[in-house]
Design a protein around this ligand. Sequence first.
Ligand SMILES: Nc1ncnc2c1ncn2[C@@H]1O[C@H](COP(=O)(O)OP(=O)(O)O)[C@@H](O)[C@H]1O
Ligand SMILES: [Mg+2]
Length: 260
Amino acid sequence: MAEALVQLENVDKSFHKKKEELNVLRNINLEITQGETVAVLGKSGCGKSTLLNMIGGFHFPTNGRVLFDGEAVSGPSRRAIMLFQHYALLPWKSVLANVELALEPEGLSASERRSRAEYYLDLVGLGKSLQQFPSELSGGMQQRVAIARALAIRPEMILMDEPFAALDTFTRYYLQDELLKIQEREATNIVLVTHDIDEAVYLADRVFIMDAAPGRIRRTVPIELPKPRDRSHRDFQYYRKLILDEFNFSREEESIEYNI
Ligand SMILES: Nc1ncnc2c1ncn2[C@@H]1O[C@H](COP(=O)(O)OP(=O)(O)O)[C@@H](O)[C@H]1O
Ligand SMILES: [Mg+2]
């Protein structure tokens, strides 16, 4: 079996709110293998971002361990870069300067920095927009700048927190395709947090389906379809339905709990 790049072992996470303890995640066990794209799928509030933030080193488990490449995660690292829904670009800097800025800690010369930034902006189709400012770009283009910025660091893993949720369907589909091509070319591991079943089935090798309150992994579904996938194919529909049924089932369980 291929090596695990990320391991979560018996992870619980609680937050303290005033005097109350909020159990956000309970007993999470998962492994992400080198080369995999995984999706973490669940309803809003079930703890997806918290889970991702623990892999990224922004939060730490209350119990259990989070390992990256065999070592306990002790803080953010340039080996695993976070990509947010709201791009987080500096509005007063050009597209090119936004990416160059992210490369400053890399110890490159100014010209190396520039050529690497240009390379990745070209890769996401923004080679002609280098001197534009974020406010001059559509949401889809701004997210492409953020993707180029993450890729330019050449991380082993990109942690994506609902990266396309703010975009319209067509732009979302387009960017999902772009991401597949880039992933194939750069062989970057991706952890994609989403509440969109379609997106999970389209992009992921495995889908972790989460339950809420406290967040748990309800089921892991390997998507055994070649990429690129055809959303209209019956095999695609099969996985969509399987996952949807899983959520409906969890809703029924919730209502049973209410009725008691
Ligand atoms: N820093 C924090 N302090 C207190 N509660 C938090 C914090 N971050 C998240 N939570 C709570 O944890 C739960 C899960 O949040 P989150 O991981 O953002 O869910 P999701 O990303 O699935 O929508 C929510 O109830 C949220 O209010
Ligand atoms: Mg979230």
